[in-house]
Write a protein that binds this ligand. Structure first.
Ligand code: ATP
Ligand code: MG
Length: 568
């Protein structure tokens, strides 16, 4: 068992019928002594998103738990939409999530075998070449309430079908002029069984097979057979494929090949989040985001750049389990797992996002000292560091009010507060600019309160973070908010558009932040809790001398809640 599996096994899921199904098949030796085999089968037509993470955790995680194996298989049967860039990003993302595959497979590796199987079905009188147009096929198919009707080409002889199909493969016919269909039942209540298309003609260059093929198998004729070739025992997919299951079984039974089984589970839907590769691609193409890895994107590359961790995503996926009814999960739940993980593991640092200068009048000019600070109060093994303190510091603008509202316990004239790990200070006076804004606060400090400890038992109601002005380093800070304004992004009025629900304020860039000097050595994807502010990580846009941090998540802002309650 891998480290990941052990970790996941620690987070028992309450509701996961797939785990029970696999356990039962292991007990009953449904597949004899063969190992449990699963696969994760993305189509390389975009980057993976958080919904795929759920499928990955099920495919890899459940097999791992019982000593089974998982293949990564690219379902690459649509040459027009697929690209090598996607193939590479998918491998990177699966590994980042903490999983490794037994075999790396491509449906396109099976094109030869699939073609042979198509010939086998033609010879058995179970497949025929149809000359109807796509539109005619749709009309002939019927509806849920009306049966379909037979194509006039349905009863072609085996010889004619073999001849036409071979010539389809030979490139004699234009795109869309003919298809190969399975001969099943035009009266079936399941539309998928009404003579489904197996092959279409498409003169397109495939990202792996180039121009070798000009006929391509449809998803239904490729997927189950690929599973069978790989001896997949549990082929797990989302519920929209449930109606395809009878066809999945039909092909396998007719061909008499390894009996893979399909099991369907609920798709992950998250509030305020849109999970469709096609639509995500549109966001990228229309430049509504900076790319697939824009930190606002629900792609794995986006949330990785945002600062999310594989550990938190796996814990989230384990906790949602798998069911057979689609629902929607609150985005706050994913955020909860992420905060929990970062709270335990992220180093603390002090950063002032909206700086206000504070001068400590009775602190000796030119004096500097180091104060010792714990790297992570949740984890003693994370150690301590030295942070410089001096006469002039920055605090957050929000941490000072010249005229404090009721219940405001931070700094205001005459009020004493604690500077975290440093000293007690009391505000005395302010300096204002021409328009009346406070630009500097003058304080005094109590030298006996060094380390932030009360010298005589007197209490202060607030502890604030700070950065020594002389030692501060500048940084750009990118604050993110939800990409969509509505819990259901698809909730738009008629004639509207999904993108009407985009949040126009989903990014805010701060350029004047002041950070403690230890952050100068941060590396890309290093994660921090900026005390009292939130969780942040270094963005790849950072360069030596120019720090750029992404806010992963804010801390819960208790003051905002109090303010709201008070109706302020
Ligand atoms: P999209 O509509 O975003 O393109 P897809 O289902 O077409 O998604 P695939 O690349 O075909 O994407 O998916 C690979 C696997 O991931 C499939 O087994 C699919 O069922 C699963 N999957 C995709 N989206 C989700 C989701 N939101 N929740 C859980 N599993 C998902
Ligand atoms: Mg798909």
């Amino acid at each position: 068992m891998t480290e990941t599996a052990q970790e996941n096994a620690g987070v028992r899921t309450v509701n996961n019928f797939l785990r029970e199904q696999i356990a039962e098949d292991v007990r009953n030796k449904t597949y004899g002594d063969a190992p449990i085999q699963t696969r994760f089968p993305p189509e390389p037509n975009g980057y993976l998103h958080i919904g795929h993470a759920k499928a990955i955790c099920l495919d890899f995680g459940l097999a791992d738990e019982v000593g089974g194996k998982t293949n990564l298989r690219f379902d690459d049967t649509n040459p027009e939409k697929e690209e090598t860039e996607y193939v590479e990003s998918i491998q990177k993302d699966v590994r980042w999530l903490g999983f490794d595959w037994e075999k790396l497979c491509y449906a396109s590796d099976y094109f030869g075998q699939l073609y042979e199987w198509a010939l086998q079905l033609i010879r058995a009188g179970q497949a025929y070449v149809d000359d109807l147009s796509a539109e005619e096929i749709r009309q002939y198919r019927g509806t849920l309430t009306e049966p379909g009707k037979d194509s006039p080409y349905r009863n072609r002889s085996v010889e004619e079908n073999l001849d036409l199909f071979t010539r389809m493969k030979g490139g004699e016919f234009p795109d869309g002029s003919r298809v190969l269909r399975a001969k099943i039942d035009m009266g079936s209540p399941n539309l998928n069984l009404r003579d489904p298309v197996m092959y279409r003609i498409l003169h397109a260059t495939h990202h792996r097979t180039g121009d070798e093929w000009c006929i391509y198998p449809m998803y239904d004729f490729a997927h189950g057979q690929s599973d069978s070739i790989e001896h997949v025992t549990h082929s797990m997919c989302t519920l929209e494929f449930a109606d395809h299951q009878p066809l999945y079984r039909w092909y396998i039974e007719q061909l008499g090949i390894f009996p893979s089984h399909q099991f369907e589970f609920d798709r992950l839907n998250l509030t305020y989040t849109m999970l469709s590769k096609r639509k995500l691609l549109q966001l990228v193409q229309e430049n509504r985001v900076s790319g697939w890895d824009d930190p606002r994107m629900p792609t794995l590359s986006g949330i990785r750049r945002r600062g999310f961790t594989p550990e938190a995503i796996r814990a989230f996926c384990a906790s949602i389990g798998a069911t057979r009814t689609n629902g929607t999960t609150d985005i706050e739940m994913l955020e909860h797992f992420q905060r929990d993980d970062l709270n335990r593991r992220a180093s603390r640092a002090m950063a002032v996002l909206h700086p206000l200068k504070v001068v400590i009048d009775n602190y000796p000019e030119g004096k500097e000292e180091m104060v010792e600070v714990q790297n992570n109060p949740e984890d003693a093994s994370a150690g301590t560091r030295q942070v410089p303190f001096s006469r002039e510091i920055y605090i957050e603008q929000d941490d000072f009010r010249e005229v404090p509202p009721p219940k405001y316990y931070r700094l205001s004239p005459g009020k004493e507060v604690r500077l975290r790990n440093a000293y007690f200070v009391t505000a005395k006076s302010v300096v204002k600019d021409a328009t009346g804004n406070v630009i500097e606060v003058h304080c005094t400090y109590d030298p006996a309160s060094r380390g932030g400890n009360s010298p005589d038992g007197r209490k202060v109601k607030s502890t604030m973070h700070w950065v020594s002005a002389k030692h501060a380093i500048d940084a750009e800070i990118r604050l993110y908010d939800k990409l969509f304004l509505k819990p259901d992004p698809y909730d738009f009025p008629e004639g509207g558009d999904l993108f009407d629900n985009l949040n126009p304020n989903s990014i805010e860039i701060l350029t004047g932040a002041k950070l403690e000097p230890s952050l100068a050595s941060a590396k890309v994807e290093d994660r921090f809790q900026f005390e009292r502010v939130g969780y942040f990580c270094l963005d790849p846009d950072a360069s030596p001398g120019k720090l750029v941090f992404n806010r992963t998540l804010p801390l819960k802002d208790t003051w905002a809640k109090i303010e709201k309650k008070a109706g302020a």
